[in-house]
Design a protein around this ligand. Sequence first.
Ligand code: F0G
Length: 465
Amino acid sequence: MDIELNGIDGFAPPPFKIKSVEAIRLISREERERKINENGMNLFLLSSKDVYIDMLTDSGTSAMSDQQWAGIMTGDESYAGSGSFDHLASAVSDIMGFSYTLPAHQGRGAEQTFDKVLIKEGQIVPGNMHFDTTRAHIENVNGRAVDCVIDEAFDAGCELPFKGNIDIGKLEALVKKDPSRIAYILITATCNNGGGQPVSIENMRQTREISSKYKVPLFLDAARYAENAFFIKKREPGYADKRLREIAREMMSYMDGCIMSAKKDALVNIGGFIALNDKELYNRLAPVNVLMEGFPTYGGMSGRDMEAMAIGLYEGIDERYLAHRIGQVEYLAAKLDEAGVPLMKPFGGHAVYINGKEFMSHIPCENFPSQALCVECYLEGGIRGVEIGALLAGRDPDTGESICPKLDMMRLAAPRRVYMREHMDYVAEVVKSVFKRRNEIRGLDFEYESPIMRHFLSRLKWVEG
Ligand code: F0G
């Protein structure tokens, strides 16, 4: 057995050693209470120095390798014709097989350019489950984002290997009605809002069939494409002996292109891109990208960032790295599962999703059970997770009523190559002790409700009682 890949007790040791460290500190319980009260029970408003283990996001929080830092020194900062852009475009073409790359400052920068060109007013973008900024950009150009994920995706405990899959029947019914109303189809892999669940190759192939049949383009939101490829290797029949690079190539072969937030699987702190093969579409996107992001050979990034990204793309699809990374998330999830903490299953790729609705079953949806859980984990041990539930869901634009989402969760996202097994042990202990006293925990209410994307800036207070 290959210990590097399979580990001991299923946990692969990190395929790296540490060259530089950053100190972290746990402030006292009294200080944590003061900080969270001062900041309206909103973990986004906390200063990071007051957080001990930060699992708010896996986006832009990776530790770069010595090779990437070396790339930072050799970055070519030329406005036009930067050699670092050539390195980036060559990495994208080598790994993903796309001939044209348009850089952007991050995923949402790429989304903005892309949607401005691809969506006409009133057009629809069906997908499995769109990420928040993806949806917001589609709506910003008066398009409609429609989720067509399989129904099981909303059943937190249901153990299907590919819970990020598109429901092909739902998709075809929507597309067939009027193909001219479909701007493009978007698969998000892995599916962040659905618990980091992967999409199978078979599902991508079937989606391609629909896309070809109705002549509607198909794109991938590739933020976590490498983690998705790893799950395909582990879970999909016929893929166990394939190399991850081959799997990634096959995934991309069904796509007309991809949009990528490189802050995840490309192991950089900032950056993104659009990649595709259609020259005519590239020629329509490039001038818009000049306006929104920058000249086509830098697009909102510095040369050094593109250099680090070119290197990070290769490191991010390395199997030993992914075995460790996904193994680390699984390690934390398994510890919580053992203690009876209700979790989204199967365990996702980049984060552990705790089912806040069930964990805090005594707190009604309108009192934000998962947010109360996030606040308590901070108070208990200085951990910062993020609520993906009723607070994030906001209000129905038609009725003005707060939405009660089917999934109400706390996400503990693991930054890449940052924390060690001991940190995961600590996080598990903190969550477990909150779980033991869950029945004493109250819900939350608004002190101030921010009008848009309310989870970022709202202030909350404990419900009286
Ligand atoms: N697509 C997916 C699937 C994402 O998860 C994100 C960001 C984006 C697009 C947007 O990319 O941040 O570079 O502009 N997700 C982060 C998160 C913010 O915490 O999950 P971005």
